[in-house]
Design a protein around this ligand. Structure first.
Ligand SMILES: *Cc1c(COP(=O)(O)O)cnc(C)c1O
Length: 424
């Protein structure tokens, strides 16, 4: 499928029916697979034969979606997970263990911040955060002898800061460790991090990839380019006794990372997506290229409208020329800066609440990145327990509104905003 362009891969990659088979990706709603001999099943368990053994580890419907996403990102393989949280957890645990250290950009999703600063700490894994606009010397200063990975979010949810992939990749590679990038907001339509030096890409497929808010899921994609034989990763180069001495780099070559994630961590942790959800995800992916173009176009129009309105105190959208990250956005997302816009009204928290209560088309939901325009007030919801002072310290203004701009007619979205502003 790689001979086709990305739009064609959105529609067609991953599933190639043979003569007389269903044209549309079938849902293999089966936990198990039958084989004619015990010998063959034994080979599956030794990883010396290819095939599905149990749906916790792999499934034909899920495998087709994994192949499609690997094609979209330009990787050698992918592993779908039950959520974006599970994708980031497994992506890291495949490399780091108790006693290791990770450097992460600070502008990341709140759920990832909790995972890194609370739960991974309980596993004995330490994560240091550096500002998303840190220079190379500052990133260098955060690296330690036991640092095993660098992490960042291409376009941060909800801060909308742009992660300088090349800068962080340069430091990571100087230290012989991979760069893992959460590419949820741009999707491979707007940014392909492997082209800028990232080694592993993760996604919450719950967001734009699905695009219709019908399934929770995640995915890990392996570029196949990182050299895990460089001496820093003995778990890749020494025999895995849980598979009769498999050596991942020797036996699976450039697919060592993604194979290990599946056969070791998915086997043991079991964060498996359902075949039904993989089917929904595939339907969403078929129109991803059309939707991301419209999301970006509509969001830019909304951001420009808000910026020009005297009642609006500030607008954050990297596609705006006034954004401090505009140059990075032009470099990494030349075709559009995705669909999420954050802004503050001059009346602060009270104005934000009144504005949101008067929106009609845009609904208040705890979600972003689907076809329908929606809004969220972090200070009243996801960051509710914080005082206004604590909110300011966390970089979340009490009046901040996060708008996920959908793919409706942009005039209807703007009219909704105009009439809610008039009611404030
Ligand atoms: C939503 C989100 C996640 C978590 O994904 P879930 O599917 O909700 O588990 C991780 N990273 C980013 C950037 C997200 O927006």
């Amino acid at each position: 499928m790689s001979k086709y362009r990305i739009e064609t891969n959105c529609v067609q990659a991953g599933y190639q029916p043979q003569n007389g088979e269903p044209r549309v990706l079938p849902i293999a709603q089966s936990t198990t697979y039958q084989y004619d001999s015990i010998e063959h099943v034994g080979k599956l368990f030794d990883l010396t034969a290819e095939g599905h053994m149990y749906t916790r580890i792999s499934n034909p419907t899920v495998a087709a979606v994994e192949a499609k996403i690997a094609a979209l990102e330009g990787g050698v393989g992918a592993l779908c997970t039950s959520s974006g949280q599970a994708a980031n957890l497994i992506a890291l645990l495949n490399i780091v263990k108790c006693g290791d250290h990770v450097v992460s950009g600070a502008a990341i999703y709140g759920g990832t911040t909790n995972l890194f600063s609370v739960t991974l700490k309980r596993f004995g894994i330490d994560v240091s955060f550096v500002a998303s606009d840190a220079d190379e010397a500052e990133i260098e200063a955060a690296m330690r002898p036991n640092t095993k990975a660098v992490f960042g979010e291409t376009l941060a949810n909800p801060a909308l800061r742009v992660f300088d992939i090349e800068r962080f990749a340069a430091v990571a590679h100087r230290h012989g460790v991979p760069l893992i990038v959460d590419n949820t907001f741009p999707t491979p339509i707007l940014c392909r991090p492997f082209e800028f030096g990232a080694d592993i890409v993760t996604h919450s497929t719950t967001k734009y990839m699905d695009g219709h808010a019908v399934q929770v899921g995640g995915v890990i994609v392996d570029s196949g380019k990182f050299d895990f034989t460089n001496g820093n990763f003995p778990e890749f180069t020494e025999p895995d006794e849980s598979y009769h001495g498999v050596v991942y780099t020797r036996d699976f070559g450039s697919a060592a990372y993604i194979t290990k994630a599946r056969v070791q961590l998915m086997r043991d942790l079991g964060s498996t997506p359902s075949p039904q959800n993989a089917f929904y995800l595939n339907l969403g992916l078929e129109t991803l290229h059309l939707r991301m173009a419209r999301h970006s176009e509509n969001a830019l129009a909304v951001a420009q409208f808000l910026e020009a309105d005297a009642r609006v105190a500030s607008v954050s959208y990297p596609g705006l020329a006034s954004s401090p990250d505009h140059a990075l956005a032009k470099k990494y997302f030349p075709a559009g800066a995705s669909g999420v816009v954050s802004f503050c009204l001059k009346g602060g928290r009270e104005a934000a609440v009144r504005f949101m209560d008067h929106l009609k088309l845009a609904k208040i939901v705890v979600h972003v990145a689907d076809a329908r325009t929606s809004v969220l007030h972090p200070a009243s919801t996801t960051h509710r327990q914080l005082t206004d002072e604590q909110l300011a310290a966390a970089g979340v203004d009490a009046g901040l509104i996060r708008m996920s701009v959908g793919i409706e007619n942009v005039e209807d979205i703007l009219e909704d905003i105009r009439s809610a502003l008039a009611a404030v």
